[in-house]
Design a protein around this ligand. Structure first.
Ligand code: HEM
Length: 494
């Protein structure tokens, strides 16, 4: 009787499977036909919304469109449809709740060229190999965070202090000093080296990485992805891009060769590369090849330098506008730490400093449009049907300026994070979320806390002169949202 009932169960499962597949397809079709179509601004034949997409400050422009078309709308570029998400609720639905539907990256001709054929984490599409690559890198970075990152940041914060002291209260543009400090943290982890601002090697490496990012964001190059026929025509910006990519690969390749030669010597520490080469824990499904490690260091250098440095520049810019906020942070540091420098574990005792960090992340999320995602299967967001391969752009800037969530969204008001038990923290998403959550989130958080804690303990930042206007707070938006260059006086505190 048992055998008979087992057979019955099997037959029942088989027939359910045969019925459920077509039923599933039918329900998808039904859902698709019932789902409302996405709103969006009118688009031109062939060109689509190319003029909307080439606006000067795209995050502000897209946020403006959200006020007209809602928190989710579509734009077209050539034959590609993009869905723009503008509130933390819809961004969370896509990136966190339905993470496995939206974990892809759009495959593009130019991304393939700059990522060495898809070996990068940030530009690589979702696959089993990509997952293992990201997991191994995440675990190597977490080991760095646990054992050497705090010391490295302290070292760079003290070095930065010395640089500012050497300026002797002269008005200076500090953006490059911030870039050197954040870059040194990544190069110390990855190559065991740090550089002076004047170092030719550093200038070359940064010049090259910055050119790649800015050229890649230029409309002349993006057009190659949407209009393939253009690839056959001469394109000077694209030729320059390829030259910079070759230079980048030579520089990074040189560091990796040096690591191979020195990795066993006692006085050479490059923890990230060491951990990537000898992963801990469960035997990984794949071993990282030289190409993976090469592109990992590129990802971390690009993702981990300009972002945190831009955030530091924004922080000082906002504090120049609101000197009373700067003084309150200094008072908090002084009364809690009694003259000591902060340790990362002190962050729970310094709520106002943390509120300032969050408010700058809210107002100027340095990766304002994250990195484009791709739907890897048919799905839905906010009740709209989203077909496989649709490009999804999380407008983090828009989400952080949503008046439904953030009263008076344009104002710099750190106190908002101290009110209502910090409930608004849930709507703060500067690092994205889900499978593509920023890989360097924990590195960035420690850097932001220690750099601001050290700098605001030791210096009062003052406007360059009564005649010079205060820093512009609109900024320059590209892949990274940066403050326009401005000068500031770093006045040592008594
Ligand atoms: C304030 C500082 C930073 C902010 C606001 C930030 C923000 C972001 C955002 C929004 C993304 C895209 C997430 C998405 O696709 O949905 C991202 C990706 C990424 N970030 Fe960051 N980031 C910061 C610092 C860093 C640092 C310090 C590192 C490296 C140590 C880093 C490495 C990366 C990498 C590798 C990715 C690609 C992840 C992937 O595609 O799976 N970031 N970041």
């Amino acid at each position: 009787r048992n055998q008979q009932s087992n057979k019955d169960v099997k037959r029942c499962i088989q027939s359910t499977a045969t019925v459920s597949k077509p039923l599933h397809c039918l329900s998808q079709l039904f859902h698709r036909s019932l789902a409302p179509s996405l709103p969006g601004p009118p688009s031109l034949p062939f060109l689509g919304n190319i003029f909307d997409l080439s606006q000067d400050h795209l995050p502000i422009y897209l946020t403006g469109l959200a006020r007209r078309y809602g928190n989710i709308y579509r734009l077209r570029c050539g034959s590609t449809t993009m869905v723009i998400l503008n509130s933390s609720e819809v961004i969370r639905e896509a990136l966190v709740k339905k993470w496995s539907d939206f974990a892809g990256r759009p495959h593009s001709y130019t991304a393939d060229k700059v990522s060495g054929g898809g070996y990068s984490i940030s530009l690589g599409d979702y696959s089993e190999n990509w997952k293992s690559h990201r997991r191994l890198t995440h675990s190597a970075l977490q080991r760095c965070v646990a054992d050497s990152l705090h010391c490295l940041i302290e070292e760079q914060a003290l070095y930065l202090k010395q640089v500012l002291l050497n300026y002797k209260e002269k008005p200076m543009d500090l953006s490059e000093d911030f870039t050197v400090a954040t870059s040194n943290i990544i190069t110390k982890l990855a190559f065991g080296k740090s550089y002076e601002k004047s170092s030719a090697h550093l200038q070359e490496m940064h010049g090259c990485l910055n050119k790649i990012v800015s050229l890649w964001g230029s409309p002349w190059i993006s057009a190659l992805d949407s209009f393939p026929f253009l690839r056959k025509l001469p394109n000077a910006p694209f030729t320059r891009l390829m030259k910079e990519v070759a230079k980048r690969d030579e520089i990074i390749g040189g560091h990796l060769d040096e690591f191979k030669q020195k990795k066993h010597s006692e006085d050479f520490a490059a923890p990230l590369l060491q951990y990537l080469n000898s992963p801990e824990g469960k035997v990984p499904k794949m071993t990282l090849t030289d190409s993976h490690i090469h592109m990992t260091t590129v990802d971390l250098l690009i993702g981990g330098t300009e972002t945190t440095a831009a955030w530091l520049s924004w922080t000082i810019a906002f504090l120049l506008h609101r000197p009373e906020v700067q003084n309150r942070v200094h008072e908090e540091l002084h009364s809690v730490l009694k003259g000591q420098y902060p340790h990362y574990s002190d962050r729970h005792k310094l709520p106002y400093l943390c509120a300032v960090i969050n408010e700058v992340l809210r107002l100027r999320p340095v990766a304002p449009l994250a990195v484009p995602h791709k739907a890897i299967r048919d799905s839905s967001i906010a009740g709209y049907f989203i077909p496989k391969n649709t490009i999804v752009i999380p407008n983090l800037f828009g989400a952080h300026h949503d008046p439904e969530v953030w009263p008076d969204p344009q104002s710099f008001r750190p106190e908002r994070f101290l009110e209502g038990n910090g409930s608004c923290l849930r709507a703060l998403i500067p690092f994205g979320g889900g499978a593509r959550l920023c890989l360097g989130e924990s590195v960035a958080k420690m850097e932001m806390f220690l750099f601001t804690g050290y700098l605001l303990r030791d210096f009062q930042f003052l406007p360059a002169s009564p005649e010079e206007p205060l820093p512009d707070l609109r900024g320059l938006a590209s892949v990274v949202l940066k403050a326009k260059p401005y000068r500031v006086i770093a006045c040592p505190r008594a």
